[in-house]
Design a protein around this ligand. Sequence first.
Ligand SMILES: *[C@@H]1O[C@H](CO)[C@@H](O)[C@H](O)[C@H]1NC(C)=O
Ligand SMILES: *[C@@H]1O[C@H](CO)[C@@H](O)[C@H](O)[C@H]1NC(C)=O
Ligand SMILES: *[C@@H]1O[C@H](CO)[C@@H](O)[C@H](O)[C@H]1NC(C)=O
Ligand SMILES: *[C@@H]1O[C@H](CO)[C@@H](O)[C@H](O)[C@H]1NC(C)=O
Length: 409
Amino acid sequence: GNSAENCPFPDTWAFSQGCLSKRQVLSTIRQMQKLLSTQEAAQLQGMRNLKKQLTVLQNSVHKQILPDPWPSCPHLAVPMNGRKLGRKALVGHEVHFLCDAGFHLVGSETRTCLDNRTWSGQQPFCKSINDCASNPCANGGTCVDGIERYTCLCPSGWSGSNCQSPVTGLDIPIVLRSAITSSHLHALVVSISALLPDVDECQLFQSRWQTRICVHDCVNLPGSYRCICPQGYLLNTDLNTCNDVDECTNSQHNCSRGEICVNVFGGFRCVRPECPKPRHNTSYIKTSAFQCERNPCPMDSKACRTAANSISFHYLPLQSNRTVPRVLFKMSTTRFVGDSLRFAITGGRGHSTFAVQRSDRQTGELILTSPVAGPAVLEVELEMSEFARRVLLGKHIFRVMTFISQYEF
Ligand SMILES: *[C@@H]1O[C@H](CO)[C@@H](O)[C@H](O)[C@H]1NC(C)=O
Ligand SMILES: *[C@@H]1O[C@H](CO)[C@@H](O)[C@H](O)[C@H]1NC(C)=O
Ligand SMILES: *[C@@H]1O[C@H](CO)[C@@H](O)[C@H](O)[C@H]1NC(C)=O
Ligand SMILES: *[C@@H]1O[C@H](CO)[C@@H](O)[C@H](O)[C@H]1NC(C)=O
C-alpha cells in the first residue's frame, strides 16, 4: 500500500521496504520487466531447441531400416482372469492361453508367431457366465453387456476389446508442454530414444550446437546417456548443466597465508592486493583487505595533492563469450562534497575491450564492449575524480581484474 502521509519526504511512497522515491519505484519496475523478459527468452529458446531435437529424432527414425537378427511378433497381452504360457515372441514360437476357474476361453487357445511377424488366430479372452461380472474392461473401460458377449467402451489412450492396449505413438504436444524445463529434457530424450532399437543420443544431438543435450560433454550409456562436467564443476540436478564449485568456501584451494582466494568459474585464483610503495612524499596504508588509503601528506607537495586518496581492488569472475555490452562494475562515492565527478580508464592490460560511462550523477559503470573468449585475465584501472568549481578535490582508483573462464558456463 502507499500513502504520502507515512513518508516524511516529499514525492515518496511508503512500501514494506521503507520510503521509496518515484525513481526508485520505476527502477524496481524496470528490473522486474528485465527479469521477466530474460526468463521469457530462455523459455522460448528451450522450446526452440527441443523442436529441433525432435526434428533430428524424427529424421533419424525415418532413416532407420536396420537388419533384424531376431524377427519377432508384437507383445501379446495376458487375458484378464487367465494366463499366458510361453514368453518368447520369436518367429516360429507358440504361446498358449488358459482361463481361471469360472471362466472359459473365447478365441485362440494357441497362437503362433508367423513368418510375416503376425500372430496366428485371435486374441483370446476369458469369459464369465455374466458377461460383465468379471469386470473384463481394463484401464477404466466401461463394460456393456450383450447376448453372450460384452463390449468395452475404452477411455482415451486405450484400445482393444478389453481396453488392454495403450494407443501407441507419442503425444508430442503434451510432452513438449511439460518439457520446458531442462530437468525434463533428460527424461524426454531418454524416453523417446527408448522407442528406437539403439540410439546414441550423444552422437545424434550433441554434435550440433542447436540440439545439444549437455552444456559440456555427453557419454552414451545403454538405453540412456549422461552429461559430464569439466573439473571445477558439478553436474546440476537437472542433469545437463554444470554448476561451478566454490573452492574458496569449500576450502578446496591452496592459497597461502596472506593471499585471498577468489572463486572463478571452473576454479579459483589466489590474489594479494598490495598498496603502492612510498614515493614523492606519498605513501599508502592498507585499511582493509581490498583497500589502501593515502597517508596524510604535506599540502605544499604537488605530488601528494595529485595522488589518489584511495585505491581499491576488485576481482570479477566471468564466463567465456558473454554477450555485450555488459555492465561489470559500478563505482560511486559515499562522501560526495564537490559539484562534479569524472570517470576515466587510466590503464591496464586489455583495456580496449572496456568503456566507462556515467549511469547517474554519482555513479560510473565499467562496461565490457566486446565478447572475450576465455581463458583470459583482463586488467583495467579506473579513476574517479571529484571536482568543485573545476578544482580537483580528490581521486579514487579502482583496479579491476576480470577472470574469464574457459567455458561459457
Ligand atoms: C501373415 O501370413 C498369414 C498366413 O501366411 C496370413 O493369413 C496373414 O494375412 C498375413 N498377415 C499380414 C499382415 O500380411
Ligand atoms: C595449487 O594448486 C594448483 C592446482 O590446483 C597448482 O597448479 C599450484 O601449483 C598449487 N600451488 C601451490 C602453491 O601449491
Ligand atoms: C616533499 O615535501 C616537502 C615538504 O614537506 C617538499 O619540500 C618536497 O618538494 C616534496 N617532494 C616532492 C617530490 O613533492
Ligand atoms: C567463443 O566464441 C567464438 C566465436 O564465436 C568461438 O570460436 C569459441 O569457440 C567460443 N568459445 C567458447 C569457450 O565457447
